[in-house]
Write a protein that binds this ligand. Structure first.
Ligand code: ADP
Ligand code: SF4
Length: 693
């Protein structure tokens, strides 16, 4: 290990417990509930195995009045839940790490769709984010004194259960718009009793939660306070630098650990496209000056130098990681072993958070194995040895081809990757050059770095393969990873892609990637709805074009709501002077005029533009694959055992799909159907279903 990193491996005392090092996997959404306790346990155990000294749950509801369904939230309501979580704590303890649980009451920010209990809030003020205004219509109740006592009691009951489940660190949650936070902020808390008004009064509820929890389990478990400080730091306080300073001073040494963060998912878990590593620092950098208790915080930290600097400069005691621990569960161990160059760094794409919004276990662009440790028996660092001497030829070096090649090579197969372009990396080579996407280059850099170290890998750029080359290649396994192409299809009122718009002035993202840039005034018409349309509008505007953007959706880059990017997409378009037209269908482009109509009302809108970039339907590039299947006799005679297509050549998708597809191919090589594990998890039922006890 680089000696300057040894500070990262020092223990830290948290009240009655001590961490083995400073790597702290903070609570994060994992999409794993009591419905899949073994998936959850193996997922967390793998992080402990990879060296994370503390491994936390995501938010765990203390009571049915905190019910975020249909989102996949966890519960600790009864003894079955205790048994379910105990699987996780055992898996974490097996590797000498501490287990933390983020007990949580969502207050007025949850809709209790399943329990149908009117949500709790200090003053009946709901969370009504404009971009998710459709999320619910139930407004929360105003908590009376009994409600306050109940919530504290439910926290205490859940804390006792947490202790029984084997947790070492138990949280009080006062962040992200949830109940504790609602008491802290003036807009949510209009109370005139001892819980409202002054900052001291507004802090009372959180203090009671901490004190009550400490009373019952504080001798054995560390009590952590997770708190959002972004808004509070921006607010004036009479006697302190800000209300954040005041709140932290009022509670200073009460918790054993301060876990400090931002206020909303888009700022807390910000995409790298808009926000750099370490972005929380200006908000949380004062906390250690106010409390003597240890502080943990996050910032998408993947560089050990940055981590050491955070500690040495007195910003943090523990290096919090959510996304870095997803992208590489072995990050700490790799640093410890002096292998920091091999860390699979998070690219900040936020596909992981989109899986929470999708209601499924966490998925990651960089790490195909996350969430599949139990279900598929995929370990991020261990690979089943090859089962044959077959040589693998991969055509195309995009994310799918590189991942398939790397995984097969790690299994011991001899791998050749042929790429027609001069540069290996496929679509990443263009995409990493787009505004804000520089960190996405890590996807290719990580894989190419690893592939280049391996003796059983041959990399051939500048090598376009046709049927002839493949048949004479003397490889037994052919993998077509030739990607997908963007089409000029438009979008119809039936809400499906329809006939193409042709002409010299009609462009696709592939044209732009190839350096064929439109001139003059440009309309970007986007029904792909992910990043490409919005980002090309930015890119072209930075190249000097005057740009307008149109989409049939209600927002620009509509799907980016799932990745926490949408507010920033609108800001970026605004800052680039891009006019946004929503709910639009593109009808035609004739003589410098694009005709559009409203998808709902049919109202026409014409705008003068020299060219149009259509960002819509992508179709697989699989001519080579089809020809190999047609020529199956020649394929057989060439000794080829299998021809497969992966990634975008199979089904055009996001980078996460391409990486997963490549990984899955290589894991399944030479495996029988029986070997291809796909286990089904089930809830643990130790006590008969019935009343919550
Ligand atoms: P994916 O996301 O599925 O990995 P990409 O589009 O990123 O797909 O990458 C596909 C790669 O395949 C591109 O770099 C492209 O140049 C390459 N490619 C396409 N056809 C051939 C071919 N016949 N021979 C070699 N490389 C090819
Ligand atoms: Fe990082 Fe993207 Fe993986 Fe999330 S999905 S951990 S942001 S690489």
């Amino acid at each position: 290990m680089n000696p300057s990193y040894s500070i990262l491996f020092e223990p830290v005392k948290l009240g009655p417990v001590t961490t083995p090092n400073r790597f702290y996997q903070v609570p994060h959404a994992s999409g794993m509930t009591e419905a899949n306790p073994r998936v959850r346990a193996k997922f967390r155990g793998t992080k402990a195995e990879g060296g994370w000294g503390v491994v936390s749950t995501g938010a765990v509801s203390t009571h049915p009045s905190c019910d975020d369904s249909p989102l996949p939230y966890a519960r600790l309501w009864d003894e079955n839940d205790v048994a379910s979580h105990a699987l996780s704590t055992e898996a974490i303890h097996e590797h000498g790490s501490l287990a933390a649980i983020e007990l949580w009451h969502g207050g007025g920010a949850v809709m209790n769709r399943s329990s149908r209990i009117p949500p709790y809030s200090p003053s009946g003020i709901p969370w009504m984010a404009t971009h998710v205004g459709f999320m619910g219509q139930l407004r929360p109740r105003i908590m009376d004194k009994k409600d306050i006592r109940d919530i504290v009691q439910w926290q205490v009951d859940a804390a006792r259960r947490a202790q029984r489940a084997g947790f070492d660190i138990v949280y009080i949650y006062a962040g992200m718009g949830y109940l504790g936070y609602e008491f802290l902020l003036e807009e949510y808390n209009l109370r005139t009793d001892e819980y409202g008004g002054s900052v001291k009064n507004r802090t009372r509820f959180v203090r009671e939660l901490i004190e009550a929890t400490k009373d019952v389990i504080g001798d054995d478990c560390a009590i952590a306070l997770r708190i959002s400080l972004e808004e509070l730091r921006a607010r004036k306080s009479e006697h302190y630098e800000s209300q954040a300073h005041e709140v932290v001073s009022l509670l200073a040494d009460l918790p054993d650990l301060w876990d400090v963060k931002m206020d909303s998912s888009p700022t807390d878990c910000a995409a790298s496209r808009f926000t750099a590593e370490g972005s929380h620092e200006p908000v949380i950098n004062f906390v250690k000056q106010v409390t003597d208790k240890p502080v943990v915080g996050v910032g998408r930290f993947t560089s050990p130098d940055t981590m050491v600097s955070q500690i040495k400069r007195g910003i943090l005691d523990l290096i919090g990681g959510a996304r870095p621990s997803i992208a590489d569960p072995y990050l700490p161990n790799k640093i410890k072993a002096g292998r920091e160059d091999e860390v699979r760094e998070c690219i900040g794409c936020n596909i992981c958070i989109s899986s929470w919004h999708d209601g499924v276990p966490v998925r990651c662009t960089q790490n195909a194995t996350i969430g599949e440790e139990w279900r598929k028996n995929w370990h991020p660092e261990k690979f089943k040895a090859s089962q044959s001497n077959d040589k693998i030829l991969i055509v195309g070096s995009g994310p799918a081809g590189l991942e398939a090649g790397l995984t097969a090579a790690r299994r011991g197969y001899e791998v050749t990757i042929a790429e027609k372009s001069h540069q290996l990396g496929g679509r990443i080579n263009f995409e990493e050059s787009l505004p804000g996407l520089q960190a996405w280059g890590r996807l290719k850099d990580y894989r190419l770095y690893a592939l280049k170290q391996m003796a059983n890998v041959n990399l051939y750029p500048d090598s376009e393969l046709g049927i002839g080359e493949i048949l004479s290649s003397e490889h037994q396994r052919i993998v077509i990873a030739t990607g997908a192409r963007w089409t000029r299809a438009r979008y119809s009122s039936l809400e499906i892609p329809t006939s193409s718009l042709d002409g010299n002035e009609i462009y696709t993202p592939d044209d732009i990637a190839a350096g064929k840039l439109p001139k003059g005034k440009v309309l970007v018409f986007d029904f792909d709805n992910y990043y490409m349309g919005g980002i090309l509008a930015e890119y072209l505007s930075e190249k000097g074009n005057s740009v307008e953007y149109a989409t049939p959706a209600g927002h620009a880059s509509a799907w980016t709501i799932m990745t926490n990017e949408q507010p920033y997409v609108h800001q970026a378009l605004f800052n680039h002077g891009v006019e946004v037209h929503t709910q639009m269908l593109l009808e035609n482009h004739i003589d410098g005029s694009a005709s559009m109509k409203n998808i709902f009302t049919g109202e026409a809108r014409d705008i003068d533009v020299d060219s149009v970039v259509i960002v819509g339907l992508r179709l697989p590039e699989n001519d080579l694959y089809d020809r190999l299947l047609t020529d199956h006799e020649a394929v057989k005679q060439a000794g080829i055992q299998s021809v497969d297509r992966i990634g975008d050549a199979l089904a055009a998708g996001a980078l996460v799909h391409a990486v997963y597809s490549g990984h899955e191919y290589a894991r399944n090589l030479d495996e029988t159907d029986e070997d291809r594990v796909l286990l089904r998890d089930l809830p643990i039922v130790e006590i008969e279903p019935g009343h919550i006890t």
